[in-house]
Design a protein around this ligand. Structure first.
Ligand code: G3H
Ligand code: 13P
Ligand code: ZN
Length: 330
């Protein structure tokens, strides 16, 4: 099966009360860890590349790594551009064979966001590619878009219908309290549970519900959805790392979102933490090792373990590959 778009994935995810994991990829071992996990659980998956990933690895390497993964697994895989900052990067990815792009115009005003998104949609749709756009601003840092916490703003439900209709976009990323990176909340914004883990304030499910009412059945995307799993943070800190007070989105909230109109959940920081944990643990146990195949393999093993956990416990997409392939094949 060739690379697929996300239309059929989102249709099934919405009907079935699950979400598709969108995992950021930057190198071979990350692609392998994710797709090994997805194939083992027969889960559809979205592999996404940021501008930084394309700069780091070269877009052609990433496209071919993803195509190699596709050849040895029998699951639907979409290749998506994460946070495209302008028309040119979206066009470049479409021309490179990506099946989905995000145009992130969230930092423009409403009318300009619509105009720029529409331009990308027209080119993408003419080439059979789907488009994700964003309304509202998440706090955090992406390659070309930096949003300070005080500038972050929830998505306004009153704007979504006009935005979706005027742009013709295929899915919409919204801001309901998630943010990018491993330090999503300050400790003073959180309470501590019985295990001493920092628990942040709840996501704004009330805003999500309002949005669902305005655009029923339309696929919603959650960015900044890493949970910052304490297990990996502990391994990192126990083996020479220093990640104090890292806080993510609790998994029960993401599971609740996956059962709603949220069809795509973006995860990058958790992959970074898992890989770093595997490599740090390896070096601490084997200071004499210097063969990258030994220590990077341990990072890959933790990525596979993490993605299997996400698919089963958070996304609910295990075993869903066949129904999507069936829909695509008609
Ligand atoms: O949302 C941002 C992603 O985590 C990608 O991060 O731009 O550092 O590759 P990056
Ligand atoms: P995290 O930093 O929470 O993993 O978010 C990743 C993301 O939204 C990529 O677009
Ligand atoms: Zn993002």
């Amino acid at each position: 099966m060739p690379l697929v778009g996300t239309k059929e994935m989102f249709k099934k995810a919405h009907e079935g009360g699950y979400a598709i994991g969108a995992f950021n990829v930057n190198n071979m071992e990350i692609v392998q860890g994710i797709t090994d996990a997805a194939a083992a659980l027969q889960s559809p998956v979205i592999l996404q590349c940021s501008a930084g990933a394309r700069k780091y690895a070269n877009s052609h390497y990433l496209v071919h790594l993803v195509k190699a993964a596709l050849e040895i697994s029998d699951i639907p895989i979409a290749l998506h551009l994460d946070h495209g900052a302008d028309f040119d990067i979206c066009k470049s990815c479409i021309d490179d064979g990506f099946t989905s792009v995000m145009f992130d115009g969230s930092h423009y005003d409403f009318k300009e966001n619509i105009a720029k998104t529409k331009e990308v949609v027209e080119y993408a749709h003419a080439h059979g590619v789907v488009v994700e756009a964003e309304l509202g601003k998440l706090a955090g840092i992406e390659d070309d878009v930096k949003v300070a916490a005080h500038d972050a703003a929830y998505t306004q439900p009153d704007e979504v219908e006009e935005f979706v209709k005027s742009t013709g976009v295929d899915s919409l990323a919204i801001a309901i309290g998630t943010s990018h990176g491993a330090f999503k909340f300050k400790p003073e914004q959180c309470t501590r549970n019985a295990d001493g883990v920092l628990v942040p304030p709840e996501l704004r499910f009330d805003i999500l519900e309002e949005i669902e009412k305005r655009i029923p059945g339309f696929p919603i995307v959650l960015h900044g959805a890493s949970s910052v799993i304490p297990k990996y943070v502990k391994i990192i800190n126990a083996n020479g790392g220093k990640l104090d007070d890292a806080v993510g989105i609790p998994e029960d909230q993401l599971r609740k979102a996956a059962k709603s109109a949220v069809c795509k959940i973006n995860i990058d920081s958790d992959l970074r933490l898992a890989m770093t944990a595997g490599i740090r643990e390896h070096f601490a146990a084997h200071p004499e090792h210097f063969d990258p195949r030994q220590y990077v393999a341990d990072g890959r093993t933790y990525i596979k373990e993490l993605v299997e956990h996400k698919i089963k416990e958070v996304l609910g997409s295990d075993g869903k590959a066949p129904e999507i392939m069936q829909l695509i094949k008609g």
